[in-house]
Design a protein around this ligand. Structure first.
Ligand SMILES: C[S@@+](CC[C@H](N)C(=O)[O-])C[C@H]1O[C@@H](n2cnc3c(N)ncnc32)[C@H](O)[C@@H]1O
Length: 281
């Protein structure tokens, strides 16, 4: 792994502000996961985070013959989980150097170095040959990519024919109606590091995947299983305390604002959490 500044190359400064602080202090807190979780049957955050990862693996159809590319792997717990439970060989890409380092340490500790490889890079310039993977996964990363559409093109290039892509992502369900909604959406988009080019509804999402060459695109809106559960977790006293210890007061409060804005936007029918699946012909 090299320590090239991919954030600078990709102009992803907001991503560094959002996730770059405190990765080395995260340890086993929340199991290292950063996803919203799938709360249908889960009682704790780690159960929910792993239920979401498990669900995404089933949507992809992963097994021990799969060659998976996991884009925006964060601190890597999902890659350890996926190799352990599905046997897939995995390459994972993360833009933040400190998160990639933590992911690498986690993979080493699990004794999976030969089968799970962590790369420091960006989703929009994937460091792999065309037709390298049977599956591509991005869990809650693609809303940040600069742009999501550039990532679609890259994912299509590195997937083998008949390969499958699955994403957990966010869409806008309607335009903001009032000035207040407009201001809140803009501010949340800024703090959440979502480029303007990525803000659109499910229909446009589908069209963009098709324009990149994908077929059999399905997008399902699943906010009820993800957003309220995550919000409840984020407002627990223990979670706030742990956040301040790991990241400091200001980043934790800024994160809290994003979580609140996402939750309210979901409740007001402005934003959805989507599970997306598509295939390369
Ligand atoms: C919400 S976290 C999800 C992390 C992980 N998938 C998980 O579920 O725990 C989003 C991740 O996307 C990463 N990211 C953002 N832009 C990226 C890019 N252009 N290329 C690769 N990773 C990126 C961030 O650094 C962060 O780790």
């Amino acid at each position: 792994m090299d320590d090239v500044d991919w954030v600078k190359i990709d102009h992803a400064y907001g991503v560094k502000r959002l996730y770059g602080i405190g990765a080395e202090k995260f340890g086993e807190y929340h199991g290292g996961y950063l996803n919203f979780g799938w709360w249908e049957k889960a009682d704790t955050y780690i159960e929910a985070a792993e239920a979401l990862v498990h669900k995404m693996a089933e949507i992809l159809g992963l097994n021990d013959q799969s060659r998976l590319l996991d884009v925006a792997c964060g601190m890597g717990p999902q890659d350890v989980y996926l190799h352990r439970h599905f046997g897939a060989e995995i390459d994972a890409v993360e833009i933040l150097w400190n998160q990639a380092q933590v992911a690498l340490a986690r993979v080493k500790q699990a004794g999976m170095e030969g089968k799970v490889r962590i790369h420091h890079g960006t989703a929009t310039r994937l460091p792999f040959e065309r037709n390298s993977f049977t599956h591509v996964l991005a869990i809650e990363g693609s809303q940040h990519f600069n742009t999501r559409e550039d990532f679609f093109r890259e994912a299509f290039r590195v997937l083998k024919p008949k390969g499958v892509i699955a994403l957990a992502d966010f869409t806008i369900t309607r335009p903001p109606r009032s000035l207040l909604e407009k201001i809140v959406v803009r501010a949340a988009q800024h703090f959440w590091a979502c480029p303007n080019a990525n803000v659109y509804n499910a229909e446009i999402f589908k069209q963009k995947l098709e324009k990149s060459g994908f077929i059999n695109v399905s997008i399902s809106e699943e906010g009820k299983y993800t957003i309220p559960g995550y919000f409840r977790e984020q407002i627990r006293k223990e979670t706030i305390k742990a956040g301040i210890k790991i990241r400091g007061w200001i980043p934790t409060r800024a994160g809290f604002f994003v979580n609140y804005a996402v939750f309210r936007a979901f409740c007001r029918g402005l934003l959805e959490y989507c599970i997306v699946r598509a295939e390369k012909p």
